[in-house]
Every structure is written in C-alpha cells, then in structure tokens.
Ligand binder design. Structure first.
Ligand code: NAD
Ligand code: DAU
Length: 357
C-alpha cells in the first residue's frame, strides 16, 4: 500500500486533499500538522476514524519529530502543504512565515533526504517530495499575459518571498542531492473549510452577520480562482505522474476582479439566504485602505499540466461559488466554532482517549 505524508493536512487545501485521497485512493495518509490557528480538525471529521488516516500533531520545524515519523511510517513520498498562508498576516508579522515556510521546508527536506538515503535503489527512484506552492512567487501581472512555468520569480510580499525561498530550496535538493522533487504553483483557491480571513469566506461570513464587506483599494485587483477539489485532484495527478524536477502551474482560468467576486457572492446570498428586510447584501460593500504592496493581477497558464498530465478543472467559477456559498450556509457550526475558538479543542475532545494527541 502506498503511504504518503501530507503536511498541513488540517488546513484548507490539505484537508480537501486528505478527504479526496481517503475517498478515492487506497493510500495510507500520515497527516502531519502543527494545528496553528489555521489548522482545523473539524475539517477532517469525515475521515477522523478512517483506518488509512493517521494524524500527528507535529511541527515541520521539529527535526527529531520528523525523523521519528519517517522511521515509523516509511512513506513512499511527501506532499508538503504546511505553511503560513495569509498575505495580510505576513505583512503584520513576517517572522512565522520565515520560520515555517523557509526553515520548516528546509527541516522537512533534510529529514526526507536522511530517510531517502537509506532506501534501496528502486524505492529511492520511486520516492517523491512534492512541494505545494503559489503563483504569487511570480509577482504581479499587468493587464495582459499569463504566468508560465518559466516566468522569472519576483515575489512582492513577505508571504510570497518566503514561498519563493522554499521553492528554490526544494529545487536545489534535487539538483545537489538527487532527491526526486516536484513543485506545483497554484492560483487562488476557494471552497469549503477555508479560514474566514481569506476574501471569499470572509465576505460570506461578514454578510451573514450584517457586517461591512471590506474591499481593498478600488476592488480592481484580479485573481484567477480555482475550486479547491480541482486543486486536490491536480496534486494527486502530479504526485502519481509528474516528472521529477519539473514544475507544474495549476490555475482555474477564471479571472475576476475582487469587486466581481463580491458582487457574485452578494447575488448568490440574496438568492440562497435572502435578508429579512428584502434588501441586497451588496449594500454592505465598503471600499477600505489598500493592502500595502498589493499585487494587481495574477493569472495562470495551466497548459503544461493539461497537455502533459491531462488535468483540467471540473468546476466553473459560477458552479464552484454557488457550491461554496451553499456549503457555508449548510455548515454554520464549522464557522461558529472557528469564531468561538471551539475548533481548537477538537483534538482533546475527540482524539485524547485514543492517545493520538
Ligand atoms: P492554511 O493556512 O489553510 O493551512 C495551513 C496548514 O499548515 C494549517 O493546518 C496549519 O496548522 C499547518 N501548519 C502551519 N505551520 C505549520 C508547521 N510549522 N508545522 C506543521 N504544520 C503547520 O493554508 P492553505 O490555504 O490550505 O494552503 C496550503 C498550501 O498551499 C500552502 O503551502 C500555501 O502556500 C499553498 N497555496 C495556497 C493557495 C490558496 O489559495 N489558499 C494557493 C496556492 C498555494
Ligand atoms: O494566489 C495564490 C494565493 O492566494 C495563495 O498563495 C495564498 O495563500 C492565498 O491566501 C491567496 O492570496 P491572496 O492575497 O490573493 O488572497 P486573499 O483572499 O487574502 O485576497 C484575495 C484578494 O482580495 C486580494 O486582492 C486582496 C483582496 N481582499 C482580501 C481580503 C481578505 C479584499 O479586498 N478584502 C479583504 O478583506
């Protein structure tokens, strides 16, 4: 049976990947997550008791813990998603981004390399270290053009600079030591279980609470949106069929200004959860001070992964956004527990008696 480490598997994308792999593969998943504010075991409730899912509350900066996990579980590969992921937080406090995204990736690479060196030749050749990164490493686009795998790196925020540094480390570990690595750079994800600090869940959450919808600057910045399950499918495909040493860009082909996104959300909420006074949620929109150094536009050319691995997104932006709004409306507890802080006690409540924590 294939055994794979997924780091950051209690986060937004990691939990979608774990749910997908438990449902649609026979892989054994060792889910390694520190459970920062962004880690939420309620997102993994559907797989918590599954015999092929093992959760370890561990920090990727902790080399001894990683060595123990590699020795105990002897994985066939690693899909590395653990990171500090929010641009605004990186502006206000970059330290954790340097620690986890750069030093943590370095520590994980070294633990993986130590384990990999002890494998026999065929296991060595089959091993994969897959690094999950972002399109933000390429910087900001003007009105035209798309990011390709050969676009030069030009990160602008502490977050994107830390991700760029980690991408470079991962490539260097293949070039220098021969570790078989893969890198993916993806555009903005949205969908169920996203922490309500990011644009789409923040707007849904605020709208439902009749709070202002804060749009940075003029709302004309453009992002390329991808439904999270489409990203998870792409990650699985790259792990199984990607060529070591290669980079694959992943994107939704769904460019929208932030204002368009917020207007679409308001329309969906007006339909799915009309306000009692009959007014539109769009009345809550407010233009606020811009994000410092705000990148104007991101857009991905996903031609390589389509041509070479046959991946295309299944969800359109319209269908994905409607599903997302419906999910948040149907899962009020998930968001209420995030707001109250209750989600951070899920581990003690549900795992302590099984001795997992
Ligand atoms: P997230 O913030 O929702 O989740 C990150 C997870 O990593 C959390 O569960 C957290 O507890 C864990 N974590 C943080 N520091 C850790 C540490 N030191 N040790 C172990 N675990 C730790 O992030 P996300 O949005 O799911 O993003 C996942 C990955 O995908 C990140 O690497 C991010 O850069 C990348 N990415 C995200 C997007 C996006 O739109 N969200 C797009 C492209 C790439
Ligand atoms: O492009 C991939 C990246 O997408 C990932 O690497 C990051 O981890 C992920 O957080 C995301 O980064 P962004 O900065 O693009 O996402 P965010 O949801 O924070 O913001 C999306 C856009 O919306 C951006 O232009 C800023 C704007 N915004 C955001 C918030 C939170 C607002 O106008 N108002 C807000 O309140």
């Amino acid at each position: 049976m294939t055994t794979v480490f997924v780091t950051g598997g209690a986060g937004f994308i990691g939990s979608a990947l774990v749910r997908l792999l438990i449902a649609n593969s026979d892989w054994r998943i060792i889910n390694i997550d520190k459970l920062t504010y962004a880690g939420n075991l309620e997102s993994l409730a559907a797989v918590a008791d599954h015999p092929r899912h093992v959760f370890s509350r561990s920090d990727i900066c902790d080399r001894a813990a990683l060595d123990r996990l590699f020795a105990e579980h002897r994985p066939d590969g690693v899909i590395h998603l653990a990171a500090e992921s929010h641009v605004d937080r990186s502006i206000h406090g970059p330290g954790e981004f340097i620690a986890t995204n750069i030093s943590g990736t370095f520590t994980l690479l070294e633990a993986a390399r130590g384990y990999w060196l002890g494998l026999d030749d065929s296991a060595k050749a089959a091993f994969r270290f897959q690094h999950v990164s972002t399109d933000e490493v390429y910087g900001s686009l003007g009105a035209t053009g798309l990011f390709t795998e050969t676009t030069p790196y030009s990160p602008n925020s502490p977050y994107s600079a830390s991700k760029a540094a980690s991408d470079h480390l991962v490539r260097a570990w293949m070039h220098t030591y021969g570790l078989p690595v893969l890198v993916t750079n993806c555009s903005n994800n949205y969908g169920p279980c996203q922490f309500p600090e990011k644009l789409i869940p923040l707007m849904i959450n605020n709208a439902l609470a009749a709070k202002p919808l804060p749009i940075y600057g003029r709302g004309d910045n453009v992002r390329d949106w991808l439904y999270v399950d489409d990203h998870a499918e792409a990650l699985r495909l790259v792990f199984e069929r990607g060529v070591p040493g290669e980079t694959y860009n992943i994107g939704g082909g769904a460019e929208r200004t932030n204002l368009q996104v917020v207007d679409s959300l308001c329309r969906l909420l007006d339909l799915q959860r009309p306000r009692s006074d009959g007014r539109s949620y769009s009345e809550l929109k407010r233009f606020v001070a811009d994000r410092p150094g705000h990148d104007q536009r991101y857009a991905i050319d996903a031609g390589k992964i389509a041509r070479e691995l046959g991946w295309v997104p299944r969800e359109s932006f319209e269908s994905g956004l409607a599903r997302t709004v419906a999910w948040y409306l149907a899962n009020g507890d998930w968001i209420a527990h995030v707001e109250s802080g209750e989600y951070q006690h899920w581990l003690e409540k549900n795992y302590a008696e099984r001795g997992v924590a």
